[in-house]
Ligand binder design. Structure first.
Ligand code: XMP
Length: 512
């Protein structure tokens, strides 16, 4: 969905901080797009950017297949900021010299800046930056002057102020660079002359207009799961084409305690939207009967979901569009950039793109925190906006082996206690996810004076930034104790609680 407003382009050379650069720029209310490093000058001109940032990257500019942008980019008249690899590339392409640094720098480093140039305006001469490089600039290109240095890196930043070309060896986008935000803001406002027109209400207004124009008189459907992304996408599209949108909530029977009721009630209470609730519990459970292989379970759930969803869409008739809550990191991953560190591994919406509808993806230019901001503007309640992620296949991937009604009921109860206790202790929003797993192991216990032989529950609580890697959470003992006692006291059929102390990798967050 092309949102026309001032834009800064980030050319992606595969650096681990590329997304962070984009987020820092957007936090300054300037829209920013990540594009592949080999974008042509022609394409750049078409986008009329206010400025260009060259990201960092793992390569050496002298390596055989080093990613390089077109040299002409520096002659288009747009301001350019090269960061780390981007700085070295700018140096090399414009006639300077890059070489392996005699002393490699990694970590926080003291730097002396020339604060008379626009990029460093208002910043004290002596400050601290984050360095991470093995090559360095040995000789600046002609017409560039050195504007920062550290003990081990005499050329830590260079500038051609007249042409608005800047290159910094350090990373202003990471929070360890004390005045990094100000440096990025200086680039945007002192160098590129941006107006800061990227605000959530302008985004909503513009997106609503675009959706209206795209959908015309046709109908659209949306798979509403009650997760953050599908909820925000649904409300946004509803605002645009209210009568022509039908949201379909599929109750798979694999949801958490009261989840279906909670989601439907929340939406009914707050919005006048067309929502269909489909009870497909029996269908899912009967198809899962006797199935123990995790991949097989996932496949069946995916297929049944599509069957149910398609049937409902057919009943509605004349449906041409499908609303998907695709986010910007998935868009970058699927070919817009080259960063190797980002990888989407699940179809979050639960639906493949080729089920016969055209897509409406109102969130495809947004990061998760921006989606939450949009949601807030749209009045979506916090209990939806700040929910922990929940996998599409639901509790089925948290019951190891065959999924049965009995096990679902036990897990649902244990899970609701985990969430209740996490909220009670104020930890629910401090962690990425907290949930229960039913591994199907039985062990001997004693309750009252009775011997028991019952199931164990595994507690999984993790910290993560994006779900790609995760650390097990060092929960205070009192919370662990309260969860354990509550589960064994309140859930019949459970006599033992274990805590999973494995990070990802080597484990995954879910157990199946
Ligand atoms: P794993 O288990 O791969 O999970 O470490 C990473 C994150 O993804 C969630 N997850 C899913 N989300 N559909 C989803 O929408 C799925 O099939 C799925 N499987 C895992 C998981 O909860 C964690 O946040």
């Amino acid at each position: 969905m092309g949102i026309k407003r001032e834009v800064v382009l980030v050319l992606d050379f595969g650096g681990q901080y590329t997304q962070l650069i984009a987020r820092r720029i957007r936090e300054a209310n300037v829209f920013c797009e990540i594009v592949p490093y080999n974008i042509s000058p022609e394409e750049i001109r078409k986008k009329e950017p206010k400025g260009i940032v060259l990201s960092g990257g793992p390569a050496s500019v002298y390596a055989k297949n080093a990613p390089k942008c077109d040299k002409e980019i520096f002659e288009l008249g747009y301001p350019v900021l090269g960061i780390c690899y981007g700085a070295q590339l700018m140096t090399e392409l414009l006639g300077g010299k890059v070489a392996p640094a005699p002393v490699k720098e990694y970590g926080k480093t003291e730097i002396v800046l020339n604060n008379t140039i626009p990029l460093f305006k208002g910043i004290e001469r002596d400050t601290v930056v984050w360095m991470s490089h093995t090559d360095h600039i040995e000789l600046p290109p002609p017409d560039f002057k050195v504007v920062a240095s550290t003990d081990n890196c005499p050329i830590a930043a260079i500038a051609n102020v007249e042409k608005k070309l800047y290159a910094v060896q350090f990373h202003p986008e990471v929070s360890h660079t004390h005045r990094g935000t100000e440096i990025i803001r200086n680039f945007l406002f002192e160098v590129c002359d941006c107006a800061a027109d990227w605000t959530m209400d302008s985004l909503i207004e513009q997106t609503v207009k675009e959706i209206k124009a795209k959908v015309g008189k046709h109908k659209a459907v949306c798979a509403l799961s009650g997760g953050v992304d599908s909820s925000v996408a649904a409300v946004l599209v509803d605002r645009a084409i209210h009568d022509q949108l039908v949201c379909i909530f599929v109750d798979t029977g694999l949801l958490r305690k009261n989840e279906g009721d909670m989601v439907i009630e929340t939406f009914r209470k707050n919005y006048d939207m067309n929502i269909i609730r489909v009870d497909a519990k029996d269908r899912f459970l009967s198809r899962l009967k006797g199935v123990t292989d995790p991949e097989e379970k996932r496949k069946i759930i995916g297929n049944v979901f599509i069957e149910v969803f398609k049937e409902e869409a057919l009943k509605i008739g004349d449906v041409k569009f499908l609303v998907q809550g695709t986010l910007y990191p998935d868009v970058i991953e699927s070919g817009n950039g080259v960063s190797s560190t980002i990888k989407s591994h699940h179809n979050v919406g639960g639906l493949p793109e080729d089920i016969g509808f055209e897509l409406i993806e109102p969130l495809r230019m947004l990061f998760k925190d921006e989606v939450r901001q949009v949601g807030k503007e749209l009045g979506i309640p916090e209990e939806i906006l700040y929910r922990q992620p929940f996998p599409g296949p639901g509790l089925a991937v948290r019951i190891l082996g065959e999924v049965t009604e009995e096990k679902l009921e036990i897990l649902r109860q244990a899970d609701s206690i985990v969430l209740r206790e996490m909220k009670k202790f104020g930890w629910y929003n401090k962690v990425w996810q907290s949930f229960a797993i039913l591994p199907g192991i039985k062990s001997v216990g004693v309750m009252g004076d009775e011997r028991t032989y019952a199931y164990a529950i595994i507690l999984r609580v993790v910290d993560s930034y994006d779900g790609m890697t995760a650390d097990w959470t060092k929960l205070p003992y009192e919370i662990l104790e309260s969860i354990s006692t509550s589960i064994t006291n309140e859930v019949p059929g459970i006599n033992r609680v274990l805590y999973d102390i494995t990070s990802k990798p080597p484990a995954t967050i879910e157990w199946e």
